[in-house]
Design a protein. Structure first.
Length: 390
């Protein structure tokens, strides 16, 4: 994994690790950077290591990195670092940029000496490229946490890497279908393992008290959990909030998460004069009490693989409104256990307002969620073991 910063893939990994039988498996996590909100949640039985060697200097700031390599006469590494910087600056599509800069980055990464029974790249892009180019293992498994067709990735670049995997795992049937369309030649290798969600853990953590002066819930409180990045659609949420406030001055919308669009979103909040209505809370180690106290949980994403945050809101029986991203129907049955809205701010605001103003609708949505089975850990870990033991 790149790191254990807050994100759906990272949370999915932690949930998987806490379900594993460590009497059967010896487990190591290798990170590009040994950091992140979830680092302390890794089970004690798991060894956590970091990619070593020149990569730690390659990943520093451009000037510091070049000076380090030049002072040690590692001219080729300095040139690759410059090329890496230029490509990332010029290529606007960040997914494509990560693909195109992999060969530059890979020069600084040593090959793994150990041989593993199974090695798993638990997220798309660089983790899979590292797995294929640098890791020695009898079996190699890649993981895709998003809808590939919406990811912006270049399938021609990935095709060579995916063909060398024993399995390519994704998180929903919709995501599997997307991979089948893009990579029909490896269709037998493509498997579905849903994100593991523990209802007991979520409910237990949700009962903790919130010590947060920034969070002041009321009868019109909305909560969203997600990265501050384009795919999560937080900018659409800000626009929807502007429309909501025109109808109800009591609306308060809280977003838990961090990302590279914080400055842009903060400016949008100021431009729309929403400083008293829309709040970017940043990362929270335990987001569940916030979700529990919301009147409505909203996922305004442009695309998702399978959202863990939605599954967790379902466990807490929150009325849920989601945008109509391609995998929304995998998790929400419209008007039964949630509302699938449109993808623009006006439609989203109208549907949120509908739920906020209708207590009977809130109760019916929540009632259906309490009757659903949300804990899938036994079924999914069995599927995972079957791959390991193949």
């Amino acid at each position: 994994m790149p790191s254990l910063d807050s994100g759906g893939g990272e949370k999915s990994l932690i949930n998987l690790l806490t379900t594993l039988d460590f009497n059967q498996y010896e487990v190591e996590i290798r990170l590009f950077a040994k950091r992140g909100l979830f680092l302390d949640l890794v089970p004690n039985e798991v060894k956590v290591t970091e990619i070593s060697g020149d990569y730690q200097h390659f990943s520093k700031g451009i000037l510091s990195s070049i000076l380090y390599f030049m002072s040690r006469l590692k001219i080729a590494l300095a040139l690759h670092r410059i090329s890496f910087f230029i490509k990332n600056s010029l290529i606007k599509n960040k997914a494509i940029a990560e693909q195109q800069t992999w060969k530059n980055k890979a020069v600084a990464i040593p090959k793994v000496k150990e041989e593993y029974d199974t090695a798993i790249a638990f997220i798309e892009k660089s983790s899979i490229y590292y797995l294929i180019d640098k890791v020695n293992a009898k079996q190699k498994i890649g993981w895709i946490h998003t809808n590939y067709s919406s990811s912006g990735l270049n399938a021609d670049f990935d095709r060579n890497y995916f063909s060398q995997l024993d399995y390519l795992v994704t998180v929903s049937p919709e995501c599997q279908q997307s991979l089948n369309v893009n990579f029909p030649e490896i269709q037998p290798k493509i498997k579905v393992v849903h994100n593991i969600v523990s209802a007991k853990t979520v409910q237990q953590l949700a009962s903790e008290n919130i010590q947060d002066a920034k969070f002041q819930p009321n009868d019109f409180t909305i909560v969203t959990v997600g990265r501050l990045s384009t795919e999560k659609g937080i900018d659409t949420a800000v626009e929807a909030c502007k429309i909501l406030v025109q109808s109800n001055k009591e609306v308060r919308w809280y977003v838990i998460g961090e990302g590279n669009e914080r400055a842009k979103l903060q400016q949008l909040i100021v431009d729309y004069q929403l400083q008293n209505h829309f709040f970017l809370l940043g990362l929270r180690a335990n987001p569940y009490p916030y979700v529990k106290q919301a009147k409505v949980y909203v996922q305004p994403s442009r695309y998702e693989g399978k959202s863990i945050a939605i599954d967790e809101a379902k466990i807490l029986a929150k009325p849920i409104v989601v945008t109509n991203f391609t995998t929304a129907k995998d998790q929400i049955n419209h008007s039964v256990n949630g509302i699938i809205s449109g993808n623009d701010a006006t439609q989203l605001a109208n549907d949120i307002l509908l739920v906020l103003n209708d207590k009977n609708l809130q109760n019916n949505l929540s009632l259906h969620l309490t009757q659903e089975i949300h804990d899938n850990s036994t079924e999914e870990i069995t599927q995972f073991y079957s791959m390991l033991n193949a």
